[in-house]
Design a protein around this ligand. Structure first.
Ligand code: SF4
Ligand code: SF4
Length: 316
């Protein structure tokens, strides 16, 4: 059996066209645009042990995006006729951004569903933000969903990841959202040595205790993410992998979405291939949506590990 636990081979993931073995590297076309993501900025009110984007109260590598910048991309969406269904916002903590509710409104006014990823803690619970959320829900009922990060269904494990007292604050935020009638989903992690079944049962019990209308068995409403460990070796993805694994390139996130970010010091935002690689320069496709329509070469270990293989193996 192949040992995949050794360090990443430095010869891999170097050439966007060929793998280390000289085989043609797989790429993905933007065939089914569904979601345009905006990163609202990397600042966060807390610093989690395993934040994939390294957010913290000090990390402003990605600065606050503005309502005017978001509107410019919404205009581009119309011009380019991508036909996306959803506008999604992630951070950092999106409710640190002072224009978060204004940006949400701009997207809702154009008819999109809006998804906001949040920890539902203090930034969201400030009165001005709560008032804004209540108004958005009243004006656009059923169109706004907040996806709350609940790393584990127990207070003990969640707080190991997020700091003492974090779980209680998030639950308070979720209770407010419940009472306000704002739709919720949850993002959890699968790092706890539980089976998926155990994990979903734990979330179901938590939701039942608090009367949260979230389906723990539905992977779209309770999303469980694996850990991103850059240190382990993974095979490269060749064009032959799609057939071997019987996976369609259209199932990859970069076939259906892009993410707009604003880097510190940059004059304008940039468009990235997906939400998973915010700091990899090769996955920055340009400043405009038109430039971001080109194919994405799967030249990063994340592409193999999280998107294509999901634990399977087809080469290397
Ligand atoms: S709350 Fe989210 S964005 Fe903030 S540090 Fe934790 S994982 Fe990162
Ligand atoms: S990590 Fe790679 S395969 Fe996955 S969505 Fe991003 S660019 Fe596509």
């Amino acid at each position: 059996m192949k040992d995949n636990t050794h360090a990443l081979d430095p010869a891999k993931f170097r050439d966007p066209v060929r793998t280390a073995k000289g085989e043609p590297r797989a790429s993905v076309a933007l065939n089914t645009p569904q979601t345009l993501w905006f990163n609202t900025g990397t600042l966060c009110n807390i610093e989690c042990a395993n934040c994939y984007i390294l957010s913290s109260p000090k990390n402003d590598a990605l600065v606050y995006i503005t309502q005017a910048e978001v509107i410019d991309y919404l205009d581009q969406l119309q011009t380019r006729q991508w036909g996306v269904r959803e506008i999604a916002f992630t951070g950092g903590e999106p409710y640190m951004n002072p224009e978060m509710n204004a940006m949400t409104r701009a997207a809702l006014e154009r008819g999109y569903d809006v998804l906001v990823l949040t920890n539902a803690m203090r930034p969201m619970m400030r009165k001005s933000v709560r008032d804004g959320l209540a108004a958005l829900h009243a004006d656009f009922p059923g169109k706004l969903t907040l996806r709350i990060s609940v790393d584990h269904h127990s207070q003990e494990m969640h707080d190991v990841e997020r700091g003492k007292g974090a779980f209680a604050k998030t639950i308070t935020g979720m209770e407010w959202l419940r009472d306000a009638g704002v739709a919720m989903a949850v993002a959890g992690r699968t790092i706890w040595g539980e089976t998926e079944e155990q994990s979903r049962a734990g979330y179901a019990a938590l939701f039942a205790r608090h009367g949260f209308a979230i389906d723990a068995m539905n992977p779209a409403q309770t999303v469980l993410f694996p850990e991103m460990d850059d240190s382990v070796d993974v095979p490269e993805i060749t064009t032959a992998c799609w057939n071997i694994l019987n996976i369609s390139p259209d199932a990859m996130m970069c076939a259906s979405s892009r993410m707009v970010v604003k880097r510190k010091g940059a004059d304008r935002p940039a468009v990235l291939a997906c939400t998973l690689l915010p700091y990899a320069p090769e996955f920055e496709l340009g400043e405009t949506l038109e430039q971001a329509e080109r194919d994405v070469s799967l030249n990063h270990p994340h592409c193999a590990k999280f998107c294509v293989l999901g634990g399977a193996s087809c080469s290397g």
